[in-house]
Design a binder for this molecule. Structure first.
Ligand code: 4NP
Length: 157
């Protein structure tokens, strides 16, 4: 099993959306027996909470149900448990670098590196934005999910 962990700041907007979108793609491609995904937050404020209602609404418009997810905090052990630890933005990447055990940095990625043609370094934090921000997040996540799956196919399947 190839295991993916998506990480943002709160684990209630971007990373649950990435988990939902990516796993819907994996299931569509018939690869759910080979690839699994989870998500976590760098921060602990929202631990135990479901995804932000605005993220749930935006994802449901594209047929993706995030309601069963619950937030948790990222931890050093995640770098042993997951093949890819994927940061949504450069701040998340820096914070994850700080808890990454020695010798495991090769597992840490920026999500948008898997969609270089989009020309975005970060999946921007939509938490303090209007509803439009959540649709932008979904567009970026859909593009990067396709690129991530291509990377996994090329390297692992
Ligand atoms: P996320 O968005 O990192 O995409 O889950 C945020 C959620 C909550 C907060 C910030 C960002 N917050 O400050 O509580």
């Amino acid at each position: 099993m190839i295991k993916i962990l998506f990480v943002c700041l709160g684990n209630i907007c971007r990373s649950p959306t990435a988990e939902g979108v990516f796993m819907a793609l994996v299931e569509r491609e018939g690869l759910a027996d080979k690839i699994s995904a989870d998500s976590a937050g760098v921060g602990s404020w929202h631990v135990g909470n479901p995804p932000d209602r605005r993220s749930q609404v935006a994802a449901l418009k594209r047929g993706i149900d995030l309601s069963g997810q619950r937030a948790r905090q990222a931890k050093p052990q995640d770098f042993y448990d997951f093949d890819y630890v994927i940061a949504m933005d450069s701040e998340n990447h820096r914070d994850l670098s700080g808890i990454c055990p020695a010798g495991e940095k090769h597992r840490l990625h920026m999500f948008m590196e898997f969609a270089p043609h989009i020309g975005h370094g970060d999946v921007p934090d939509p938490y303090f934005d209007g509803d439009d921000g959540f649709d932008v997040v979904l567009d970026l996540i859909e593009a990067a999910s396709a690129g991530l799956l291509a990377d996994i196919r090329a390297k692992h399947l």
